[in-house]
Ligand binder design. Sequence first.
Ligand code: 13P
Length: 254
Amino acid sequence: MDKERKLIIAGNWKCNKTVAEALDLVTGLKRELAAVKEVDVVVCPPFTALESVSRAILDSNIRLGAQNFGENGYGAFTGEIAAGMLKEFSVGYVILGHSERRQYQKENDALIAKKAAAAHAANLVPIVCVGETLLEREAGITNQVVETQVRGSLAGLSPEQVERTVLAYEPVWAIGTGKTATSAQAQEVHAFIRGVLTALHGEAVAKRVRIQYGGSVKANNARELLGQPDIDGALVGGAALEVRSFADIIKNSI
Ligand code: 13P
């Protein structure tokens, strides 16, 4: 697949995998994906497996991401993980504003924007998630919701920082449900998001931002989704937990 932007496919392991299971999974991925150069491959294990996974992928083309971090850095913030702690394990990416955190931890756009700025300051690439619920889609307000999230979550970032940010469009109704947005539905929102980025920072910046799709991405729908002009990768949940399915998503997208 020949695209203007390099594809980025990330596995969001969510709250899954012991250290031993994590090592099994990355060892298999390393073997399967050793020859892949066309796609940026990222795995995002839970915090507890970052150190071992980081060692296991040292000599590979797989990069490491975290699923969240504490935007205030080191200090009296019980339960938080600072960016500096992630950097110790060569973490390069951090998922921010996932709909599960928006829902269960009540994260909002203002907090996500603060985290995105702190991530850039620490040289971590934020993967900022946006997406509408089923109710919002049925009410015909998908674009409105997504625009508010994009503008709010990127507020205060410089054009250079926005350019290095990865966005992930994840319709909430497609996450873990087996219901994927059709490639046309996804492309429509991705193009809309790129339009919002153009309005914010101009076409040159908007053209460089990679926008992933997430929500029930599997080996059998990856090619069609990633073949769309404004879809630049995938954020994969369930199918990223097994070597075969995650490796096949990547191979099928090349
Ligand atoms: P599923 O691939 O399990 O639908 O999860 C998508 C997701 O939330 C990735 O962040």
